[in-house]
Design a protein around this ligand. Structure first.
Ligand code: ADP
Ligand code: ASP
Ligand code: MG
Length: 411
């Protein structure tokens, strides 16, 4: 029988009524003759609450216990959905990650899925199981401890199951009706895309569009999973939502496909570091060891053998980064005259595969921002994206302005 993976995010399972609606949707696919694997998130807000409890209990927490606590929200929704499906006369049961087992690396809180053995489910489906309800976001490490896959990780669970079980499609049900040119909550003009390429979706996700976890897009691209994003609140139809697919399957596309942003960024500058070989490594080694995710890096032109080094990082890692840099200074590994931190910046990016063959996107972007008085602090580019760091208070304005200037409301 054909197989389908259906994933429901936090808002879609926020209470019992919504879980009943989810069960109805699953029932429709079962009636069509699919063997269905459903992946669920925790009820909306639950994971944040659990993370908050861990931080409050133990600021320097044991990552294994963090995962034990934070993974629990998904267990509840998986069990509840299995119960409702059973009430509806469907053969269903719930599975926690370790029961499948979803084998992952040992990188607690950011684990990677390494293997999902299929024999267990294959056997159950052949004996009449109609739906397997899987708790998303979690797995088990080689050491036998519970792991989690990073925030938004249920998307990755869903795609990994679709790949492992050769599902006909992986449907990601969420609280918007597809992938938009930008977050529709920030820009009213945002337009829903019928299709988007894997490459563009990957960039948008890694630059902040949280509609899909980055890793889920990587997996779908690698294992050729038909990935669809759609609303769990609209009427069901076969062509609803957005299909994430290969570039060749898209007829026409704009030079810029979308705008993404990360609101809570910070910028640090080490003023007057020596300009000689080994200095960058001496700065970024201790930051990496402290687990700081450095993003953009710029080094100014040197004068008198000294230069300034600026980099961006998530705002909640500033304290850790400052400690790492100051400790390295005390150990005499680096020297600088001053450390300047700005915790009020945001990153805004434009993304599009059309940039490979079109010049002028960068200048258009910079002109558009200057037209509304926005100062650009840092710029980075790659083949299909341009990112800028700006003051956080201008983030919404920047997104709306770029959306308008690149005419993203038009197909
Ligand atoms: P779920 O709980 O279903 O996983 P998420 O909150 O993780 O849902 O992701 C959906 C949200 O992603 C939307 O509510 C929207 O605000 C946000 N989002 C950001 N960028 C985009 C985009 N380009 N298209 C659609 N949604 C986006
Ligand atoms: N519940 C987890 C989170 O909020 C995983 C997910 O919803 O995808 O990050
Ligand atoms: Mg999500």
């Amino acid at each position: 029988m054909p197989r389908l993976v259906m994933k429901f995010g936090g808002t879609s399972v926020a209470n019992l009524d919504r879980i009943r609606r989810v069960a109805k949707r699953v029932g429709v696919e079962v009636a069509k003759g699919y063997e269905v694997i459903v992946v669920v998130s925790a009820m909306s807000g639950k994971t944040n609450e659990l993370v908050g409890w861990v931080n409050e209990t133990s600021p320097l927490f044991d990552a294994r216990e963090y995962d034990a606590v934070v993974s629990s929200g998904e267990n509840v929704t998986a069990g509840l959905l299995a119960l409702v499906l059973q009430e509806n006369g469907i053969e269903a049961r719930s599975w926690q990650g370790w029961q499948v087992p979803v084998r992952t690396s040992s990188a607690h809180s950011t684990a990677r899925i390494e293997e999902i053995p299929t024999d267990n489910f294959d056997d159950r489906f052949s004996k009449g199981m109609q739906v397997a309800v899987v708790a998303g976001f979690q797995g088990i490490s080689p050491e036998g401890r519970i792991t989690t896959l990073g925030r938004g990780g249920s998307d990755t669970t869903a795609v990994a199951f679709a790949a492992a079980f050769g599902a006909e499609r992986c449907d990601i049900y969420t609280d918007v009706d597809g992938v938009y040119t930008t977050d529709p909550r920030v820009c009213e003009q945002a337009r829903k895309l019928d299709r988007i390429s894997f490459e563009e979706m990957l960039e948008l996700a890694s630059l902040g569009a949280k509609v899909l976890q980055t890793r889920s897009v990587e997996l779908a691209m690698r294992y050729k999973v038909r990935l669809r994003v759609l609303s769990s609140f609209d009427e069901m139809s076969d062509d609803a939502g957005t299909l994430v697919c290969h570039e060749e399957d898209i007829m026409e596309s704009n030079v810029v496909a979308g705008v993404a942003f990360v609101r809570d960024e910070a910028k640090m500058t080490l003023v007057s570091v020596a300009d000689r070989p080994g200095v960058s490594a001496a700065i970024f080694d201790p930051l990496a060891e402290a687990g700081v995710n450095v993003d953009m890096i710029v080094q100014n032109i040197a004068e008198d053998g000294r230069t300034d080094m600026t980099f961006s990082l998530p705002v909640n890692q500033v304290a850790r980064a400052e400690t790492a840099v100051r400790d390295a200074l005390e150990r005499g590994e680096i020297e600088f005259h001053d450390l300047i931190t700005d915790s009020n910046v945001a990153k805004v990016s434009v993304v599009g595969i059309g940039m490979r063959s079109h010049a002028g996107v960068a200048s258009k972007m910079f002109r558009a921002l200057s037209d509304v008085g926005i100062n650009i602090r840092v710029i980075t580019t790659s083949e299909i994206k341009i990112s800028v760091l700006i003051d956080r208070k201008f983030m919404e304005l920047a997104v709306q302005q770029l959306h308008e200037v690149f005419e993203l409301e038009k197909a």
